[in-house]
Design a protein around this ligand. Structure first.
Ligand code: ADP
Length: 165
């Protein structure tokens, strides 16, 4: 490996962040020098949490992990990567169902920004079923989400569910 700093972006909606995402962040720090968690500001998705709320939540949770920064972005990921001077994108692969979509995005990004490489980390088995959608779904029925997300953010999720009920 050369001496150049390996800066990687881990993009996603993180609505909300789960143990699966945190596992990928933690493992990425073993591979790269700097990880930028890129929180996508996509109003079209009607997120449960605003982008600022997601950035704040994740920032607190990763505060103890050296080399991790949390930023929001909107628009194209390739533009954000250029702006950050990053040439690596990290994505998590849970199952074959993720693969088709992910490979298409990775290849498109590579065409648009040749220096950009996408690295896929396979999910830890214990989180392979886990998604933000599942967390939102269970929380909407006031189910137990303690196995899916850090304790600190559970009250925030519950509050949102009260408001949207
Ligand atoms: P997006 O809307 O971009 O898919 P997500 O927040 O759902 O955003 O996911 C961000 C990234 O984290 C994606 O690469 C996704 O595959 C990965 N990911 C989501 N859930 C898990 C999990 N349980 N384990 C590992 N990776 C995951």
């Amino acid at each position: 490996m050369n001496a150049k700093i390996k800066k990687a972006i881990y993009p996603g909606s993180f609505d909300p962040i789960t143990f699966g995402h945190l596992d990928i962040i933690q493992r990425s720090t073993q591979l790269f020098d700097e990880i930028i968690v890129g929180v996508l500001n996509n109003q079209a998705k009607h997120p449960l949490f605003s982008v600022q709320e997601r950035v704040d939540m994740i920032s607190e949770l990763v505060a103890g992990i050296p080399g991790v920064r949390v930023l929001s972005f909107e628009g194209l990921l390739v533009d954000f990567a250029r702006q950050m001077d990053a040439t690596i994108i990290i994505r998590g692969l849970r199952a074959v169902t993720d693969f088709e979509y992910e490979i298409q995005i990775a290849q498109t990004n590579h065409v648009e920004y040749e220096a950009l490489e996408t690295v896929f980390l396979t999910t830890s088995l214990r989180y392979s079923y886990l998604s933000s959608t599942i967390v939102r779904e269970i929380a909407s029925y006031h189910g137990d989400i303690t196995s899916f997300v850090p304790r600190e953010i559970i009250p925030l999720i519950e509050q949102k569910m009260m408001k949207t009920a």
